[in-house]
Design a protein around this ligand. Structure first.
Ligand code: SF4
Ligand code: SF4
Ligand code: SF4
Length: 503
């Protein structure tokens, strides 16, 4: 057999003096790294550094180390670039990967800082004062009419236009992840947590499993290019409907869920034959213009009794002009997905080199919609590596109504970012359909962890608002004056609409 040039990325080290020879590591590893012959024997080349065995080893005697093979220094030909060439020379194939773009592009959120009140405009203590995080997703009225209430005051005359909006108790929702790419127990966890937190989860493009019907008021149902699972009943069930045009991690390309992940349950939910590949075309075959998009938006509104209909796009060049067209096509919200967003499977070259940062896209879209006087006609959801409540607050200050989190939810469920979701062997039971692995996520346990995460971030958001001296998240939305940059170049600051610190 031809010898591979690609050496193992990690070394699995076992302290056999401490090892109980219990075999738990063998059972825990989804990638079959271990043989067992009186003691565990690891095959380093299969290890993904997912840390499942490390976490569950009762003797704490496993360590996973980077294989520190020395390569001759070359700033142009990085080690990863050399390994990629060797792999492709062996396989002749596209390199597949998953999760978000790990390359060292500038992390703009980390170079933005928030303001705080001092002396003349006092801050607010969120533990003593009401602090409103409630947010409405959807089109708002530009104005409301009032009329005398007969007692010297005024009351609303007619509708506020909020009836068709979706109410969220906090401006953080769960990002789309399809059943098929993640396990049903992950979907159950997300749905239960969404209900408990008064927020939304999102089916992604894989349809809505009947186990989630009790949570349908907290579910966005997605309509993607493959139309998997889409039926009149599906549209009726969603709290809102989302047309997926693009995904931040893989703009401009479709999706492919391999047949081995399409078991009986996934097949009936997606409405495709068991064992057949689920191919999502790159474009929607009925959308080639804003007018086509408008037709689909209104077809979905009519089919669902005029529910909120949003459009998800990847952050790309000219995103502001694209967003303007989407609003004019009638979308009640725009979901902007930045290039650091996660994915269950993507060609590495696409994930790492296509798209733009969410911070830039968000600021450009918000500004364009304001300039055109149509900002109120839509809500903006920002996603693509929102890693903390601070990122959420900065995104809202840049113009988002709501942020969506995907990778953070998977981390909460045990994900260790090993970037191997596309293999379908996730040791943590998250991105797999193997029953012996999926049962590792207990939905009740998962829902509790996700609920904790949302509550923790919401409390922190309240603390941030208090420090800023405002008592409602609405007052922070698009308030770029409350941001300053530390170390961003002038051009980036100009696009973001943010001054450098000190000004
Ligand atoms: S889980 Fe730990 S203690 Fe058990 S066999 Fe593996 S290395 Fe040894
Ligand atoms: S892939 Fe994960 S579970 Fe398997 S040996 Fe490596 S770290 Fe342990
Ligand atoms: S979901 Fe599983 S396979 Fe995917 S990155 Fe996380 S731990 Fe790895």
């Amino acid at each position: 057999m031809q010898q591979t040039f690609v050496q193992p990325e990690f070394r699995v080290k076992i302290d056999y003096d401490k090892c109980h020879k219990c075999g738990r590591c063998v059972q825990q590893c989804g990638w079959g790294v271990y043989d067992f012959n009186e003691r565990p024997i690891p095959h380093d080349e299969k290890c993904r550094a997912c840390h499942r065995c490390v976490t569950y080893c009762p003797a704490h005697c496993i360590t996973i180390e980077k294989n520190t093979l020395a390569f001759r220094d070359n700033d142009n030909w990085s080690t990863d670039a050399r390994k990629a060439v060797w792999k492709q020379a062996e396989t002749g194939g596209v390199l597949l990967t998953s999760m978000g773009n790990p390359r060292p592009y500038e992390r703009i959120f980390d170079k933005l800082v928030l303001d705080a009140c001092q002396v003349t405009n006092p801050s607010i203590d969120p533990l003593r004062e009401p602090m409103e995080l409630r947010t409405y997703l959807g089109r708002k009225s530009d104005s409301v009419a009032v009329e005398p209430n007969g007692t010297g005051g005024f009351k609303l005359a007619g509708s506020t236009g909020l009836e068709r909006n979706v109410k969220l108790d906090t401006p953080i929702i769960f990002a789309p992840m399809s059943y098929g790419s993640v396990s049903l127990n992950v979907h159950r966890s997300l749905a239960m947590a969404a209900e408990r937190c008064g927020i939304l989860m999102n089916t992604g493009e894989g349809g809505l499993h009947e186990d989630l019907y009790p949570y349908q008021d907290n579910v966005i149902v997605q309509v993607a290019s493959g139309r998997f699972g889409v039926s009149p009943e599906y549209l009726q069930r969603g709290a809102a409907i989302e047309i997926k045009i693009g995904q931040g991690a893989k703009p401009g390309i479709g999706g492919h869920l391999p047949g081995e992940k399409i078991d009986r349950e996934v097949s009936s939910t997606r409405m495709i034959p068991q064992g057949s590949d689920a191919i999502s075309p790159a474009p929607h075959h009925d959308i080639y213009s804003i007018e086509d998009l408008r037709q689909l938006i209104y077809a979905l509104k009519e089919a669902s009794g005029y529910k909120t209909v949003g459009v998800k796009i990847a952050a790309v060049h000219n995103v502001a002009a694209i967003a303007s067209g989407i609003v004019r096509a009638g979308a009640d919200y725009i979901y902007l997905d930045g290039f650091k967003g996660g994915t269950g499977a993507a060609p590495q070259v696409i994930r790492d080199h296509i798209g733009i940062p969410i911070e830039i896209a968000l600021a450009a879209v918000d500004q364009r919609l304001r300039d055109e006087g149509i900002r109120n006609q839509t809500s903006i959801i920002a996603a693509g590596s929102i890693r903390s409540s601070a990122d959420a607050a900065k995104a809202i200050a840049l113009g988002a109504d709501v942020v969506a989190i995907g990778t953070a939810t998977l981390l909460a469920l045990g994900c260790h970012l090993c970037q191997s979701c596309h293999t379908g062997k996730c040791s943590w039971g998250i991105t797999t359909q193997k029953p012996e692995l999926t049962r590792r996520i207990d939905p009740e346990w998962g829902a509790e962890r996700l609920t904790n995460l949302i509550h923790a971030w919401s409390h922190e958001l309240q603390e941030i608002l208090g420090a800023l001296g405002v008592n409602a998240v609405e007052s922070l939305r698009g308030s770029r004056e409350r941001l300053r940059s530390v170390g961003l170049d002038e051009q980036t600051c100009r696009i973001l609409g943010v001054k450098p610190a000190g000004l």
